[in-house]
Design a protein. Structure first.
Length: 387
């Protein structure tokens, strides 16, 4: 039976994530060390786990409102106010989602009509392009460059804007590069965004994982709150990847439309997980500090080790990735990653997985133990000597 004739062209037009492809290949190489997946190696803090257990024991196993427990939305609003100095109404401007990934999908599907263009800085997270295609829109890659520390420049952005441009993704702190946009950098973008009447989807899932400076939320830039849909969640900050909890914060006129898409898509996030998220927001600040401090040690070690062996990299300021250039080896990103895995037993992700502008780089995640990193660095060093 020819099943392909039944499959929508939009589904055919997207690819399986290369990140997962290389992650799965690790299982085929005995003794390999994986620097592939952007997932904390810490387990969820016990007090957060216990909040979910208590919710189960109390019988909180029913649907919540589509937008999530009001108690949780109130805590999210408090968090955004105290950490990012941006105020949202919990009753009508916040939606709890199944992770930040679903939040991205909901936001794009709510905004995009056929042929609308979504501007996506590259390199960046793999989901933005396929989500745009599935919504019927046209993804437009906007390059960022190593010499600019992969920060999005307003003059470059301007070149890629057309009459069909509708949405700009701002994925900072950035996966895969570790780049962070400062307040000054955001303020330079704001006039271009206003000039072309763009809406912004600010994916700030790594906002708590910055090193050396507090993160500036884009919605906190003057006149940008009304143009911004903020995406965030609990996976990276609180080591809660498997809980699948994220959220959207945006002006009420936008959230009421996004809530309809969310409602028919998933109904609501898991109830017991929402109670765990309440506990995380109320009592999890020290957990974030502890994990961030450990990530910072690993960041410095991996960055300095790669530089010493001749793999050039700018110093990442956020998330938990280093994005070294491998151009000197003469290999493509995919060739380098495959040979590194099979010859050195270290798994990294080819840079072109994150867009064409990532070619010539690989992503290495330091969300693993220092012991693993030390051994991985030895193996990478011996592998690099071949070139």
């Amino acid at each position: 039976m020819d099943y392909q004739k039944y499959v929508a062209q939009r589904a055919k037009d997207i690819e399986i994530s290369t990140i997962r492809y290389f992650f799965n290949m690790v299982n085929e190489v005995e003794g390999a060390i994986s620097l592939c997946i952007g997932e904390p190696d810490f387990t969820t803090p016990e007090h957060i786990n216990q909040a979910a257990v208590e919710a189960l024991n109390q019988g909180h196993t029913f649907y919540t409102p589509n937008a999530g427990l009001l108690e949780l939305r109130e805590e999210i609003a408090k968090y955004l106010s105290r950490r990012h100095k941006v105020d949202y109404k919990p009753e009508s401007e916040i939606i709890v989602t199944i992770g930040a990934s679903q939040a991205i999908d909901v936001a794009i599907r709510t905004l995009i009509e056929p042929e609308d263009e979504v501007l996506i800085p590259q390199p960046s997270f793999v989901a933005y392009k396929p989500c745009t295609i599935l919504a019927g829109g046209k993804p437009v890659s906007v390059p960022t460059y190593q010499e600019d520390d992969f920060v999005l420049r307003p003059d470059v952005l301007e070149k890629y804007i057309s009459k069909k441009s509708k949405v700009l993704i701002l994925p900072y702190p950035n996966n895969p590069t570790g780049a962070v946009m400062t307040k000054e950098a955001y303020e330079k973008l704001a006039p271009v965004i206003k000039k072309h009447d763009l809406l912004v989807i600010a994916d700030e899932i790594y906002s708590e994982l910055t090193y050396g400076a507090d993160y500036m939320a884009f919605a906190g830039i003057s006149d940008m709150r009304e143009r911004t849909i903020t995406i965030n969640g609990f996976s990276k900050s609180y080591a809660m990847t498997g809980w699948r909890l994220g959220y959207i914060a945006a002006p009420e006129d936008l959230t009421k439309e996004m809530l309809k898409v969310h409602q028919y898509n998933v109904t609501c996030a898991a109830t017991m997980g929402q109670y765990a998220a309440i506990e995380a927001l109320r009592n999890g600040d020290e957990d974030i500090k502890r994990m961030r401090s450990e990530y910072d040690k690993r960041r410095k070690f991996l960055f300095e080790s790669l530089r010493e062996m001749g793999l050039e990299s700018f110093e990442p300021k956020g998330a938990f990735y280093v994005f070294p250039s491998i151009k000197k080896t003469g290999l493509s990103s995919e060739e380098f990653a495959k040979r590194l895995l099979h010859e050195a037993k270290v798994a990294a992700v080819p840079g072109n997985s994150f867009g064409e502008n990532g070619e010539g780089f690989v992503r290495m995640a330091y969300a693993t133990s220092m012991e693993n990193l030390e051994e991985a660095v030895k193996r990478i060093g011996n592998f690099i000597k071949k070139f």
